[in-house]
Design a protein around this ligand. Structure first.
Ligand SMILES: Cc1cc2nc3c(=O)[nH]c(=O)nc-3n(C[C@H](O)[C@H](O)[C@H](O)COP(=O)(O)OP(=O)(O)OC[C@H]3O[C@@H](n4cnc5c(N)ncnc54)[C@H](O)[C@@H]3O)c2cc1C
Length: 418
């Protein structure tokens, strides 16, 4: 049976079998009764072989979301296979919100949390940072619960599928809020590099887009919570405020994007870039992303800009975002406020393979960490050098899964599993 490929077609799965579970009991039975390697698969939005296995893949996307809201604790507990966008609609209908969203609402919560998926905002942790508790099926098929505050919990949240199948998650929620997206074009690199943290703090969630080649940034999207927002400043840092109909993005059909141009709307229709009812991003693409300390932002961006003439021909767009520091052992933002430097490449694997090591070399002085779900060429030594709690995470995975059923060649190559 062919399992198919990742969403963007960048990796064809080699697993021999896919189990589409419709209940937690089925997940437990599948883990207990199959022999050999087994790994969880989400909505396939990663770009590499991270999720793959030589044995069985199991997905929990067919298990009913069954969201349970606890208003006094300010949490929601929901099936791990649920798409963020579906949970968001359910929460909004009850007057509640998540703190942030990734660029697309189509990803499963379990898969996004497992890779440290993030949106933007200097005070916003990654999506995984909202996890209060997780229920998972362990290597023996038993159902276990881990809660914030438990020993080793921080090593399980961004867990890369390396120790079990997460079936339900409890997430922090807050009362619903309105957001406005203001798009600015033509901010000069000079003004930006002068104080990157200040620009990236000019809203609840700020994204800067560039193709590296020009003297100005292509666009800056400032997403402001309405209660914290002043009216848009048409002359902000010398950049030009865009009317709604102008606010497109290179390589993306305008109808796929959420509403911009300063029009207020609920958080779930403004924090993601892409609409739930459309194709996110471009589709025919490869993604790469690195995380550096926000205080090194200007130097790190200058180092990448030196490669701009080689990068630009193969790039659709770069997005720069921020992630607040967290304590999750394998998070890209572990222990440091972070600038995320993202590349959406044209679907040209050879060019991307040639460029990524050069970008990694340029960013090495800044201790750049790779996004686990995207394409990179860092090996075990390089990953170990920038992941302070890697050995602790690995030891916990080995203890929970001594036979290595949830290990795969990707995790072994990166030194995450033995
Ligand atoms: C168009 C596009 C836009 C994106 N935008 C962003 C963005 O804004 N920010 C960002 O940070 N990333 C972004 N990504 C990357 C994406 O969020 C991550 O790759 C994420 O892991 C995808 O979730 P998924 O459900 O598809 O997981 P998959 O790719 O299916 O799996 C990823 C990992 O999660 C594990 N996993 C999945 N489900 C479970 C489970 N139930 N239990 C245990 N482990 C599990 C898998 O074993 C695997 O290791 C984007 C990707 C695409 C294609």
């Amino acid at each position: 049976m062919s399992i198919g490929a990742t969403w963007a077609g960048t990796h064809v799965f080699t697993a021999t079998r896919l189990i589409e579970a419709t209940s937690i009991g089925q997940v437990q039975a599948a883990v207990a009764e199959t022999t050999g390697p087994i790994r969880a698969l989400g909505t396939r939005h990663s770009f590499n072989d991270l999720a793959d296995t030589s044995g069985t893949l199991i997905t929990v996307t067919g298990i009913a979301p069954d969201p349970q809201l606890d208003q006094s604790a300010r949490t929601v507990t929901v099936g791990a296979g649920t798409r963020y966008g579906d949970l968001a609609v359910w929460l909004e209908g009850r007057g509640w919100a998540l703190h942030n969203m990734g660029s697309l609402p189509h990803i499963s919560i379990g898969g996004a949390v497992a890779t440290g998926t993030h949106g933007s905002g200097v005070t916003n942790g990654c999506l995984s940072d909202a996890v209060q508790a997780l229920e998972y099926v362990d290597a023996a098929g038993d159902l276990r619960v881990a809660r914030r505050g438990d020993d080793g919990f921080e090593g399980l949240v961004v867990g890369l599928g390396a120790y079990g199948v997460v079936v339900r998650l409890t997430l922090d929620v807050q009362p619903t809020f309105l957001v406005r997206q203001d798009v600015y074009r033509g901010l000069s690199w000079e003004r930006f590099l002068d104080d990157v943290p200040a620009v990236m703090s000019a809203g609840y969630s700020v994204s800067a887009f560039t193709t590296w080649a020009e003297d100005t940034l292509q666009q800056v999207w400032r997403k402001s919570r309405i209660n914290d927002a002043d009216a848009p400043d048409p002359t902000w840092l010398g950049a030009r405020f865009e009317r709604p109909e102008e606010a497109g993005l290179v390589g993306v059909p305008p109808d796929n994007l959420t509403v911009k141009g300063g029009v207020e709307g609920p958080w779930l229709e403004r924090l993601p870039h892409f609409r739930l009812d459309s194709t996110p991003s471009n589709g025919d693409e490869i993604q790469t992303e690195y995380f550096v300390d926000l205080k090194d932002a200007a130097a790190a961006l200058t180092a990448v800009r030196a490669l701009s003439s080689d990068i630009a021909p193969h790039l659709l767009v770069t997005e720069l975002r921020t992630v607040a520091a967290d304590a999750l052992w394998l998070s890209g933002a572990y222990g440091r406020d972070t600038l995320a430097i993202h590349f959406t490449w044209r679907n040209a694997p050879a060019a991307v393979s040639a460029l990524t090591p050069r970008i990694e070399e340029a960013l090495a002085p800044f201790g750049a960490r790779p996004h686990w779900g995207k394409v990179h060429t860092m090996g075990a030594d390089a990953v170990a050098a920038v992941t302070p709690r890697l050995a602790d995470a690995r030891a916990q995975f080995e203890r929970l899964d001594p036979a290595g059923r949830f290990a795969n060649s990707h995790l072994q190559r990166l030194g995450v599993r033995v």
